[in-house]
Ligand binder design. Sequence first.
Ligand code: ADP
Length: 455
Amino acid sequence: MVLLAVILAALGSFLLLRLRADLVAEVDKALDTQAAGILADPDGGLEAMPGVSVAGLRRGETVAQLLSPTGEVRDRAGTAAPARPLVAPVMLRQVLAGQQVRAEVRAGPDGARYRVLGLRRAGRGAPTVLVVAAPLADVDRSVERLRLLLLVAGPIALVLAGGGGWLLARAALRPVGRMTEQAEAIGADRLHDRVSVPDAADELTRLARTLNGMLDRIEHGVVEQRRFVADASHELRTPLAVMRAELEVALRADDPAADASEVLDSTAEEVARMSKIVDDLLTLAHRDENSLELLLAPVDLGEIAAEVAGQLLPLAEEGGVQLVVEAPSVPVVADQARVTQVVTNLVDNAVKYTGAGGSVRVRVWEEASGGALAVTDTGPGIGPEDLPKVFDRFFRLDAARTRARGGSGLGLAICRELVEAHGGRIWAESVPGAGSTFTLTLPAQPPAAIHQPPP
Ligand code: ADP
C-alpha cells in the first residue's frame, strides 16, 4: 500500500504539473496574439490592442503596459494594470537586449497572479517595452479543482486496492493455512494422514502433492523400520527362549552337572546363532548410517570363490550335493573379508537349499567393468512372486524350515548391502523346481565416493 500510495502521489503530481503547463501554454498563446496585434502598429498606443479597448479592460482580464527603456510606465490598459511596471528591472534589460521574456508576477490591488510577456517595440523614437499580462486565476482554479479531486479519489482508490488485495491474498492463502494445520497435526502416531490437495492446477496443488509424496516415503520408511525392529527382537527371542528352557530343565534336574556338557553345547550353539544375528544387524545398521567401512585392497575374485568352495565342500558332501567351481583369476579392488562373506552366504544358501543329488556351480568371469560371480544350483528354486523379496531383511520363503537350518533371513539382505557398498550389483534368477542363480558384479575399482569416510 505504501508503494501504491507513492505511485498515486507521483502520478497525481505529474498530472497537476502537466495540466498547469498546458493551461499556461494556452495563456501564452493568447498573449502572443495580443502582443502581435499591438506590435502591428509600431507607433500606436495600446488602443490598438485587438478586440480590447483600454477602457473596456476589466478587472481580471488582460492588461498591458508600455514602458520606457528606464522602466517608466508610459501607457497602460486594463483596469488591473498598475502604475508601476509589471516587470522587474532585470527583465526589462533582457527585453531591451532583444529577448522575449515570459514570467509569472503578482499585480493589482489584491496581488493576483499574472502571466507576463515582455517584448521590445522598436518605433520611431527610442525603443519601448511592451508588456502584456493575463491573469492566471482560471488556470489556478482548474489546477486546484483537479488537486482536490485527486486528494479525495487517491485515498479512496488506495483503500479499495489495499482492501481488495488483502481479500484476494487471504482467499489465495487459505489453502496454505489449512495445509499448515494438517501438516502440524501429523506426527509419528498419525503417519497415515495426508494434507488435502486443493482443487486447482496451481503451485499449491503441486506443493500439497509433494508434501503427500514425502509423507508416503516417510511412512514407508518408518513402517519398514518398525517391522525391522520387531523382526530383530523376534529373531533374538527364539534362541534366548531355547537357552532359558534348557537351562531351567538342567537346573531342576537332581544332578545338574550330569547334563552340563550337553546343555553347554546347545547353549553355545544358540549363543553363536545370536552373535551371528547381532553381527548382521550391526552391519546393516552401519550401512544404513552410511558408516560401513570397507578395507579396500586388490583381491582376486577367483581365488575367493575357490577358497569359499573349499571351505564349504565338506558341508556339500555331507548333504550329497555336488559342488563345482570355475574360478579363473579376476582381479578387483574390494574388501576381501566382505566379499568372502557374500560368496560364502550365496554358496552356503545354494548348498543348504539344494537337496541330496543336486549340484551347485560357482562361476567367476571377467567383465569390461570388473568381475562377476554366479552361484547356480539345481535346488527347488524360488517362485516369481518371492523372487523380488529374497533380498529383503528377515525374508524367508519357508520360515520354519529355514530357521531350523540356522537361517535368520538376513543373509541375502547383507549380501546386497555389501555388494552395493562396493558399487556393484546383485540379483537372483530362478526357475521354480529347476534351480536358482544368484549373480553379482563388482567394479574393478569401487567409485571414489566409497573411499571417503562419511561426514
Ligand atoms: P537365510 O538366512 O534364511 O538363508 P537369506 O537372506 O540368505 O536367509 O535367504 C532368504 C531366503 O531366500 C531363504 O530363507 C530361502 O527361502 C531363500 N533362498 C535363498 N537362497 C536360495 C536358493 N539358492 N534356493 C532357494 N531358495 C533360496
